[in-house]
Design a protein around this ligand. Structure first.
Ligand SMILES: N[C@@H](CCC[C@H](N)C(=O)O)C(=O)O
Length: 260
């Protein structure tokens, strides 16, 4: 059978997109999903996302990591799925959709960037050397001085598989402060088991953690990732971090068919 797919990327975090509104896709076939994400034998991607019908919102997001397993929220994937939904004419410039962590609102800005509302973050664990928080996916955030030369894959894997996070693991973010409004980020992603060029829930976690730990007082933060630039904004009050938005590029790369 020939499978029609689309490829999108957001700041270099890349995804295979499939229009599954008819429900044809074999969702439990972990091997197939891992194969489609394989950069040598398949299409290639950090993850695969199904766009499905939902009775209460514009569409449903179903996200898989490149290892083939369904996982928690993907911020860049969510932004790319909004671009895909617009290209399919499912939506116009604004949308509300459902994902594993609940409802998300998103919109296109005049410059084409996609702004996506993320879940509220009521609590954050702050330790001496790192912070841990959930922005739809779990994130460990740690400052590193020589980030340019840091071995993200080796050190990220050691923390992800170490005693801190047990079997579920975590995504691991290494951060360097540029100035009060800008931080540089490199992320080791769970389920990809490697450094990716960007991670949206990771950028969101870093922005919140930098504010919560006093690295900055600002509430609109530029997060420079390996594949581009993201912007995270939020409100901070007695309920924690609310009105959290992740903004950045979300672009169509190519479409095609693959034999499965
Ligand atoms: N790339 C994503 C994060 C995807 C989920 C993550 N790998 C996990 O399983 O926790 C993003 O942009 O947020």
């Amino acid at each position: 059978m020939q499978l029609e797919f689309y490829k999108y990327q957001g700041a270099g975090n890349d995804f295979v997109m499939i229009d599954n509104r008819s429900g044809f896709f074999p969702k439990e076939n972990t091997q197939l999903i891992a194969h489609l994400c394989d950069r040598r034998f398949g299409i290639g991607g950090d993850g695969l996302i199904l766009l499905e019908n939902d009775s209460d919102t514009d569409f449903k997001m179903v996200y898989y990591n490149s290892d083939g397993n369904q996982s928690s929220m993907c911020g860049n994937g969510g932004r790319c799925l909004v671009a895909f939904a617009k290209d399919l004419k499912v939506i116009e410039n604004k949308t509300t959709f459902i994902a594993t962590d609940g409802l998300h609102q998103a919109s296109f800005e005049d410059n084409g960037l996609v702004s996506l509302q993320m879940i509220d973050v009521p609590t954050i664990e702050i330790k001496k050397d790192y912070s841990f928080l959930n922005t739809g996916s779990p994130h460990h955030v740690q400052m590193v001085e020589d980030l340019e030369h840091y071995n993200v894959k080796e050190n990220g894997a050691a923390i992800r598989y170490g005693e801190l996070y047990g079997a579920a693991g975590s995504n691991i973010n290494f951060v360097k402060k540029i100035d009060d409004t800008t931080f540089r980020l490199r992320t080791y992603e769970r389920g990809v088991e490697d450094e990716t060029l960007a991670c949206g829930t990771g950028a969101t976690a870093v922005a919140i953690a930098m504010n919560a730990t006093g690295q900055t007082d600002v509430t609109a933060i530029n997060v420079n990732v390996e594949g581009g630039k993201l912007v995270v904004s939020f409100d901070k009050d007695k309920n924690g971090f609310t009105n959290v938005f992740l903004k950045g590029p979300a672009e169509f790369v190519f479409k095609g068919e693959i034999k499965i």
